[in-house]
Design a protein around this ligand. Sequence first.
Ligand SMILES: Cc1ncc(C[n+]2csc(CCOP(=O)(O)OP(=O)(O)O)c2C)c(N)n1
Ligand code: SF4
Ligand SMILES: [Mg+2]
Length: 200
Amino acid sequence: MRHNLNKMQWCPGCWNFLVHLALKQALSELKINPKDTIMITWIWCNSKMSQYMEGYWAETLHWRGIPFAIGVKLSNPKLTVISLSWDGDTYWIGLGHLLHAARRNTNIVHITCDNENYALTTGQASATTPVWVKTKSTPDGNQIVPLDPVALLESVGCWFVKVVEGNKMQEMKDVLKEAIMYDWFAHINVQQACPSWKRW
Ligand SMILES: Cc1ncc(C[n+]2csc(CCOP(=O)(O)OP(=O)(O)O)c2C)c(N)n1
Ligand code: SF4
Ligand SMILES: [Mg+2]
C-alpha cells in the first residue's frame, strides 16, 4: 500500500496532474477508504499515477492491465478497482481486452487518458491521432482514420462510456464519481493535452 509519495515526474503542463487531482477528489468526496481501493496501471507516462495515490496498487504488463483488474475484482468484490491506461494501449495494442471487458461487464472503472499519441516512446501516432497530423511515425501525415471509442464500445453493448475534457475539473470529477458508483464496467475517455508531443 502506498502513502504520501508526491514527487511527481511528469512534464510541466501535462494534464496528468489534473486527472490525478480529479481522481483523488472523487474518491475523497465519496469517502472511499484508501484501503478499499486498488489502482492498476502499466506502461506509459501516467502509469506513475498509482505511485501518487493512497491505497493499494499494482503495476502490470503493457496492454494486460484490464484482465489483471478484472481478476482483482473477482477475487475481492469489495474493492473499488480502477484501471488507468492510455490511448496507445487501450485503443490499439490492448484493444481486445477493452472490448471483452465491456462485454463481460465486470464492475471496474477503466480510464483512458487520450493524448492522441504514444508519448512515452516520444510521439508516434496512436489509434486516436487525427488524420493528416504529422508525427514521428507519420512524417507525411497520418492517413488512418482515428478510432471512435464511444461508437466502438456501444457496438459491443457497453452501457457506461463517456468522454470528458481533461481540463474541466468539475465535470471530470463528477463523471469519475458516477463511474465509481456504477455497478458494472465503466469506461471514461479523458481528452488530454501532452505539451511535449501533441502539437495539434
Ligand atoms: C508489448 C509492448 N509493446 C510496445 C512497448 C513500447 N511502448 C511503451 S509505452 C508505448 C506507448 C504508450 O502510448 P500510450 O499508451 O498512448 O501512453 P502515453 O505514453 O501516451 O501516455 C509503447 C508502444 C512496450 N513497452 N511493450
Ligand atoms: S510526454 Fe506528454 S503525456 Fe507524458 S508526461 Fe510529458 S506531457 Fe505528459
Ligand atoms: Mg498516448
